[in-house]
Design a protein. Sequence first.
Length: 383
Amino acid sequence: MDPALGLVLTGGGARAAYQVGALRALAEQTCACCPFGVIAGASAGAINGTAIAGTADDFAGGAARLEATWRAIAPDSIYATDVPRLAEIGADWLRQLAGGGHLGGHANALLDTAPLRALLGDALPLARIPELIAAGHLRGVAVTATSYDTGAAVTFFDGVPELEPWQRTGRIARRATLTVDHVLASAAIPVFFPPIHVDGAPYADGCVRLTAPLSPAIRMGAQRIIGIGIHEVTPPTVPVPADPPHSPTPAEIAGVLLDAVFLDSLEADAERLIRINTTLAAMTPAQRRTLSLRPIPLLVLQPSLDLGRLAVEQYHQMPWALRYLLAGIGADGQRGWDLLSYLAFVPVYIDRLIDLGYRDTTARRDEIARFLDGDAAPAARAG
């Protein structure tokens, strides 16, 4: 274990399966123990991060078990898909909206994620994390959730005794023994997944307000970081006007909003870090000593394909009742594919993402080896 090597995993629903394949590829080219002394996850990345942290003394075995868990996932492993439960949720929303709150109802999510709680309770070795920290296999582990009460990004972390909580604008860290509630809170996509209470307070997905996803790892002592994102490597393009023009459906609007939450934060934070690294590299040693900054080499692993477009192909694999509800907001297999990509917990899609993550990461094996050996230039970022 390298106490200064950090792993950062952002996420977003089913898209996080891509990270699982990447982790397997990383495990194949490293030692038996996890090389990452610092692990920070947000959203579904918190699931993958805590799974790896809980098996830090057996990286390959932990990655294999995580992959087996993901490959066994079906929609009803994550949320209730039976017609009566979905109808009950729909009726609750209708009663609450149509009645102006006077007819009862307490709807706060479109899906019931009770199955996900059961899955994580069985799959995540969270109880081992304090033991592995004490044994020297880990320096720090963190998951981030968004507080519904304050709007702040709250990072819950466990680690060696010298780690201190931190606070920045819109961000705060608290030491905690990590539980399923912390992980569920970090992965609770607003509106779609219900809020999760931690210590009596409601929380949502950690990526909602985490504008600096690299920060928790740096705060816990990471001096080199590998980040695994879920956004394909493509430059932005100018939209081509549609003929005839069309208005976006609610599903397309929701997809763009979720993309803004899940896809942009890691890339934007990486760009900031690169600018800092580049500036520091241009300064003299005497000038650098006047600053509280240090260069931090960063390697970002990203999909080579658009995960949203891959999800469209799996639309008809989703449960009928869920397809019916999604079609009502414009996610019909032809449009709204970004929204579908976050909810498509179907085996064929999950398998494709895992395989893609493995292939993409294996293709960069030499680059990763140089980075792990400490040969990376601080200002360089792989994309």
